[in-house]
Ligand binder design. Structure first.
Ligand code: ADP
Ligand code: MG
Length: 391
């Protein structure tokens, strides 16, 4: 198999898009982009399965922008995403791709934001709408959004969306767009719901499967750090005090834990903020934006708040709690090592939890390295050498 990567100019793309991609700093196509872009541009329905961090947003974003009719001010293209944060992020990536096509109007709709504000955005006649399913359905039912002229529908993170119980909403939205439209689904995994939706609503879909190879798999080195309940917080501080990572995401299992942990860290002088379901939407967006901009280095979050979020350069992910669902582990550590950068993931693990960890790892292609503290409380590799050079 050839691992050679091709330039964006090998595809038949407009100058505006090529310039935008260059401005975004991308040099070559990722495999999912190389395969998906030409097929989507030919108008086929697509079901694309690709690991996280392989550039799926650009893979559907480019054909969407190439296919937009700037003279038509009706909604032509819709992207559905499972969470608010992801919808916002997709909107931002599309805006970047459309940098040299200022006539394109993109609108992001999600729950938690005042309807009035969304209505004024809809009045500006967006051609592209990025939305969470619930809010999209809301607007359909209020007749504040008309999808009867949509020619392209994209579902991002289809597996997660359907897992979250959005099946009915998604089906109703699909039924609100014309039958003769292009319908594209992206997913990190295949599951029965994804296949069912594909079977019901896609026409001769082209299947694209990108295996997690060494090449495109995010480069994440995983470590297990022993910690019992009574010293877990101290061990977390040990990792943070190494002062090696400028942007860290810490995962907790509950809203309450995320909130408390963030407060405790703040009191101890660490700059953190928290992201979980109880944070009001306006605040969540600000927190995300500030974290992305590097205004504070540590984000404490729950799984729901973090799915699919691409923060350019998270250097380390720390699992403060072992995830309740096995597949969350992969999603969590996938927040680092994005787009072929190198990332580190630590899991704080009690003796009792090691059985659960083995369960989780059954689904992984690579195993974490075990670290341990020596008698002087220094974190060491198995051969006894210190993990952090500066401690
Ligand atoms: P996925 O949806 O597959 O998880 P994303 O679309 O979120 O991945 O992309 C992950 C990161 O890779 C983003 O920061 C994105 O800007 C970047 N990226 C996308 N395409 C390329 C490319 N061709 N070259 C380098 N980086 C890219
Ligand atoms: Mg994505």
């Amino acid at each position: 198999m050839s691992e050679e990567r091709h330039d964006f100019s090998t595809l038949d793309l407009s100058g505006e898009i090529l310039d935008a991609v260059k401005k975004m700093g991308f040099e070559s196509l990722t495999p999912v982009q190389e395969k998906t872009i030409p097929i989507m541009m030919e108008g086929h329905d697509v079901i694309a399965i690709a690991p996280t961090g392989t550039g799926k947003t650009v893979a559907f974003g480019i054909p969407m922008l190439e296919y937009i009719n700037l003279k038509d001010s009706r909604i032509q293209e819709v992207v559905l995403a499972p969470t608010r944060e992801l919808a916002v992020q997709i909107g931002e990536e599309l805006e970047k791709l459309a940098y040299y096509i200022p006539e394109v109007r993109i609108c992001v709709l999600y729950g938690g934001q005042p309807i009035a504000r969304q209505l004024s955005k809809l009045k500006q006649k967006p051609q592209i709408v990025v939305a969470t399913p619930g809010r999209m359905l809301d607007h359909l039912q209020r007749r504040t959004a008309d999808l009867s002229h949509v020619h392209t529908l994209v579902i991002d993170e289809a597996d997660e969306m359907l897992n979250m119980g959005f099946v009915k909403d998604v089906c109703r939205i699909i039924q609100a767009v014309p039958a003769q439209r292009q319908f594209v689904m992206f997913s990190a995994t295949t599951n029965q719901d994804v296949l069912t939706i594909s079977w019901k609503y896609q026409h001769d879909p082209v299947n694209i499967v990108i295996e997690a190879t060494k090449e495109n798999r995010p480069q994440i080195t995983q470590y297990v750090v022993p910690a019992e309940r009574e010293n877990k917080y101290e061990r977390l501080l040990y990792l943070l005090d190494a002062d090696v990572y400028n942007r860290v995401m810490i995962f907790a299992n509950t809203k309450d834990m995320a909130r408390r942990l963030s407060e405790r860290l703040n009191k101890a002088g660490y700059q953190t903020d928290a992201l979980h379901g109880d944070i009001p939407q306006s605040k969540r967006s600000t927190v995300m934006r500030n974290f992305k901009k590097g205004k504070f280095p540590i984000l404490v979050c729950t799984d729901v708040a973090a799915r699919g979020i691409d923060v350019f350069d998270v250097e380390a992910v720390i699992n403060y709690d072992l995830p309740q669902e096995n597949e969350y582990y992969l999603h969590r550590i996938g927040r680092t090592g994005r787009a072929r950068r190198h990332g580190v993931a630590f899991t704080l693990l009690s003796f009792r939890e090691s059985v659960r960890m083995d369960e989780i790892l059954k689904y992984m292609q690579s195993a974490p390295t075990k670290l341990d503290f020596n008698e002087n409380e220094i974190l060491c590799h198995e051969d006894g050498s210190p993990f952090f050079e500066n401690i």
